[in-house]
Design a protein around this ligand. Sequence first.
Ligand code: PLP
Length: 361
Amino acid sequence: MKKYVDLSQISGMQFPFTKTEHSRLSQVDFSHLPFGRIFSDHMFQADFNGKEWENPRVIPYAPLALNPSSAVLHYGQSVFEGMKVYKSDDDELLFFRPLENFKRMQSSSLRMCMPLVPEPIFMNGLRDLVEADASWVPKGDGKSLYIRPVYFATDSVIGVHPSELYTFIIMGSPTGAYYTDELRVSIEKTYSRASRSGTGYAKAAGNYGGALYPTKLAQQRGYNQVIWTDAATNTKVEESGTMNLMFVINDVLVTPVLSPSKLAGITRDSIIKIAQYWGVRVEERDVYVTEVIDAFENGTLQEAFGTGTAANIAPISVIGHEGKDYKVPVSTPDNFSMRALQFLTELKAGRVEDPFGWIVR
Ligand SMILES: *Cc1c(COP(=O)(O)O)cnc(C)c1O
């Protein structure tokens, strides 16, 4: 019935596999999985030696030995990805649009002046890790194995230049369904996440380090996250924390148009395509702060939410702007965002037909 792109024709693992002698699986409480704190037994690693990729392998998850002079620690040549693998009711392991994560890591790497990780290393590494740690993929209720590829510079030279040596790792972390309380977000006009000609579109480590302080200040004022505005004028909304931002205004799905300062979320793209498939009108364009506030005041703002792999969709309940809190209408199950969340969750778990060809087995 369901036909998926299939990565599993090759039986067994492609790369050398060193199995752990001390599986931690039995120690994990799968009913309590705090996000990103527990890691599966193995990791995939491949190294770039300045000329070519070598030694792709699946090995026990373990600390790395790095010289204190390692380039990544000083100058931040480091990019990452975030994706999830689900276990279907029939115990199939299902990825969601993994090639998009691969392509995005290529564009992040280019921006950070890093050699590109070849597709077979990324995709087969992913496949081999998940095969090795299949029993770590939790089943049901939106649970998944969160997959974190990370790629960084390892030259032991303190001098600002592109590194010659690099390490690419993929690790897995079992996660429960991600339930957030509705988010209180604050429109940020003092600090910026990314500028028009900066690195915002790359999933590069430094973008996240720089976001922590303004986020902490917002949290001290009682919000969960900030809404970033454009660095040049602070008049246009861009993203919310590490999620893309969407509104439903007058029955139209409105979302900031992609630009070099925004991260092109795969969830964002998927929600847009689902909306179009359902016949919902979508506008990707500049979205002004004043327009959002006006939509509150004249009652046309119906929904506000963030989109990203971790939460899929996180409803926003309050938007703070210049000392005033605006309450978004409470989300109900027949809202666009809640219907999209339901559909996306079922799609990823293989419970509904995939009309888009997004699921990869
Ligand atoms: C990862 C990320 C997103 C969401 O991207 P997805 O592909 O949907 O997970 C949005 N904004 C930022 C800044 C991100 O880092």
